[in-house]
Each structure stands twice: as structure tokens, then as C-alpha cells.
Design a protein around this ligand. Sequence first.
Ligand code: PLP
Length: 379
Amino acid sequence: MKLGTKLIHAGVEPDPSTGAIMTPIFQTSTYVQQAPGQHKGYEYARTQNPTRDALQNALAAIENGKHGICFGSGLAATDAVIKLLAPGDEVIASADLYGGTYRIFTKVFARYGIKFHFADLQNADNLLNYVNEHTKMIWVETPTNPLLNIIDIAACAALARDRNILLAVDNTFASPYLQNPLDLGADLVVHSATKYLGGHSDVVHGAVIVKDDALAQQLAFIQNSCGAVPGPQDCFLVLRGLKTLHVRMQRHCENGETVARFLRQHPKVGKVFWCGFEDHPNHAVAQKQMRGFGGMISFTLQDDSMEAALKVLSGTKLFSLAESLGGVESLIGHPASMTHASIPREERMKNGLVDSLIRLSVGIEDAEDLVKDLEQAIG
Ligand SMILES: *Cc1c(COP(=O)(O)O)cnc(C)c1O
């Protein structure tokens, strides 16, 4: 089955008790038993919920995995993945990570004796500088946030496989419409469903998708034991979002390209970061592992001052100044003071995250209006 069909049908069956074509929101904490231990497969809603089950099955199908495990947020999904590890284990993570991921690694799990190395993985061979007998996981985000660098997932997988290291890929930016890390050899896919999967900026949600049964069992154990589960209404909203992912993503890609090309020829704009440019340093890898280039763009201004950036950030009318991304509406953000404020300035600058950098999540409005809005804001 192709992706568009899976997005609408996978995991979803008409409700057996009523025929409701849409999976109901099973807003219940517990389920009645006929006799002790005699039930319909549902005992307590932290452990199982039918709305969550439908979503988990749908997510597994669209990422070409076997098991989906859902959480109350993207970071709760990340939390569960790192809990697969034990004190003394080491993780090699790509530099230029989502700020919250960097924070949970360095401020939470580092205290539990897990060691994190941050490496520029645009050349996957750089992993070899950090691998040792304690390395248990490689954590990759691609495209990276906010500089839209691309990491070769298959090359990382090849290095991980021989060494018995798990490869986890945060696929939030690409979404399964553009990229399927499990097909490229990754062991775990992590999503903040808050972004493109939900797609309407109305829910916070996360998921992990895997092929391996034993790994799925461990994650389900963590999901139930630690309890960071999503509510059924949130699962319903993500399920509904999925049904239009392919249609939305197609438009995000088209609008992203129009906006990126507009910015690039603008005399007041400095660098434009978008992996669809033919001269983007990792364009060939993007072409190999992605089916399009998405709607995330970052750019700097010729006037590389904080003031110039702030003028653009407060001058747009259609692009709303907000954190987050991946919704139908266009957003504009300032990584240094918003999404990436939790990363120390020195660390940020090292990764090219300058103070004047502006990030766009290009929505699915009419591209002409988006370009006009940026034109008047940049002046
Ligand atoms: C937002 C985001 C997260 C965290 O997800 P939440 O749902 O906000 O917890 C993780 N990774 C990436 C790439 C993100 O954009």
C-alpha cells in the first residue's frame, strides 16, 4: 500500500460496537472485567487504550515499522528511548540538535551517568572519533534544526550495525512523507507529533516507531512503567492530522521552495539554509534519502545585527512569531532567543547559530501572500 492510502486507512477499523467510521475517543481510565483476569484485552488506560492503539498501528505502518509506541510529547518519547540505556553507556549525538533534546541529554540524563558526545555527523565517519566499547546509541536529527544540515542515515546505520550500536533518528522535520529512517537502517524513529504529524498546532504528542519486537517490548514496558502516556483526545487529533499529511507536505514543499528562492535573491538577505538548493553542501545526500525538501528554512540578514533580525521578526503579518513548526500556518522564530535558548551561547555560535538567524516554518497558505509578507517585513 502507498503512503497516501496508509495515512487514511492504516490502523483504523470502524468501531465494532457502533460502526463509527472514525476511531472514537475512548475517554476512560479503566475497563470492566467479566471475572478477575477475564477481559477484552483492556484493563487500565495507562497500559492500553483503543484510540491510542489505532494511532500506534497507523504510525508503525507509515514509518514502515512494526510497532508504534506513543507518548505525551516528543520529549517524553526521547526520554523513553534514552531509558533503554544504563549508567556508563555512551551516546553519540549529532551537533545542532533541537534545544530540548540537548537539554534532556545534558541536564537530565547526564546526571544518571549516561555520557553524551556531540559530533558533526555531516561526515558519518566522524562517528569513529567517538566510538568506544561503551557506545550504545547514535542519535541523529536530519534535517537539523535550525541549520537544515543533512546527515546520511544509511552511512550512520552501516557504522552502527557492525558495532551493535542502536541508531535513533528524530524524523520530526522530514516526516514520513519525505523520509523513512527504518528503511535506511535505523533502529528507532522518534517523532514530535506536535509538528507535521499533528499538523494543526493543536496538540502536543510524541512517538517512537521500531521494527524489532524485543525493542518494542522494552519501550512498551517503559511507556507503562514511567507513565508518560498521551490522552485519548490527543491521540485522536494526531490520527486526524495524519489523514492529510501527504496533501499538506506536498504544499509545504512547494511553498518552501518558492520562499527559499525568493529569499536567496533578496539583496538584504545573507545566507539562506534550505536543503533543496543544488549548492547546499549535503544536497546529494538529501536527494538520495528524502523525497522532497520540506518547508523549513533559515536565513540571516546582510545586516548581521540582533536589531535587524528583531525588525523582521516583529514586521511579518502572516508569519506569526512563535515557537514550534509543522502546522498549516506559517511561523517565524528566532532560535537564539526561543527554541535554542537552552543551549549556551558559546555552544550555539560554534554550530553557526548566530544571533541574527531567523527560522521559518512555511505553512500551506498561498505562496504569493507569504512572499509578499516577507518582502514588506524585510523592507
Ligand atoms: C519539537 C521537537 C521535539 C520535542 O517535541 P515536543 O513534542 O515539543 O516535546 C523534538 N525534536 C524536534 C526536532 C522538535 O522539533
